[in-house]
Design a protein around this ligand. Structure first.
Ligand code: SF4
Length: 157
C-alpha cells in the first residue's frame, strides 16, 4: 500500500492563480494564515460551509489557510453568526488575545448585519459592533468557493 501511495503521488486539480494584492498588507503573513473560528450565535449553516471548504473536495489548506484551536495562535479571526448578548464579551476577549498583526473576517450575512436575526431579543449586534472587521463575506450561507476566495485574498496565496 505504501509503495502504491508513493508511486501515485499527490493527485489534485491544479490550483487557480494566486489573488492579486489582498489583505495581507506587505505580505506580513508570508502566504500562510492561522485561523481561529468563533461562532458568535450562528444557526450552524455557515459552519457546514466552512467544514466543506476545509474538506477533501475543496482542500482550503493547500492555499496556506489552517484552522487553529486558540486565538493566541491565530492571525485571523473568522466570525460567524450575529453576536448574541452572551457572546459579545467572549468575542472581544478572543480578539484581544490574538497577537498582532491580526485581521477579522465576518462570514455570512448574520455576521455582517445580523441577517434574519436582526432585532431578535438575544442579539447584541453585528460583528463590527464589537470588534473591527477587515473583510466581509456575504451570503446565507456563503458557498465554499466564496469562503475560499476571501481567505485566499487574506493569505495572498
Ligand atoms: S448567514 Fe444564514 S447560514 Fe449563516 S448563520 Fe446566518 S442564517 Fe445561518
Amino acid at each position: 500500500m505504501l509503495k502504491r501511495i508513493r508511486a501515485v503521488g499527490r493527485v489534485a486539480e491544479a490550483a487557480p492563480a494566486a489573488p492579486d494584492g489582498g489583505l495581507s498588507r506587505g505580505g506580513e503573513f508570508g502566504g500562510s494564515i492561522q485561523v481561529r473560528h468563533v461562532d458568535a450565535g450562528s444557526c450552524n449553516g455557515c459552519e457546514l460551509e466552512i467544514v466543506s471548504a476545509f474538506g477533501p473536495v475543496y482542500d482550503l489548506e493547500r492555499y496556506g489557510v489552517r484552522l487553529v484551536a486558540s486565538p493566541r495562535h491565530a492571525d485571523v479571526l473568522l466570525v460567524t453568526g450575529p453576536v448574541t448578548r452572551n457572546m459579545a464579551d467572549p468575542l472581544r476577549k478572543a480578539y484581544e488575545a490574538m497577537p498582532a498583526p491580526k485581521l477579522v473576517v465576518a462570514l455570512g450575512d448574520c455576521a455582517r448585519n445580523c441577517g434574519i436575526f436582526a432585532g431578535a431579543y438575544g442579539v447584541f449586534g453585528a460583528v463590527s459592533d464589537v470588534i473591527p472587521v477587515d473583510r466581509e463575506i456575504s451570503g446565507c450561507p456563503p458557498s465554499p468557493e466564496e469562503i475560499i476566495a476571501a481567505l485566499r485574498e487574506v493569505s495572498g496565496r
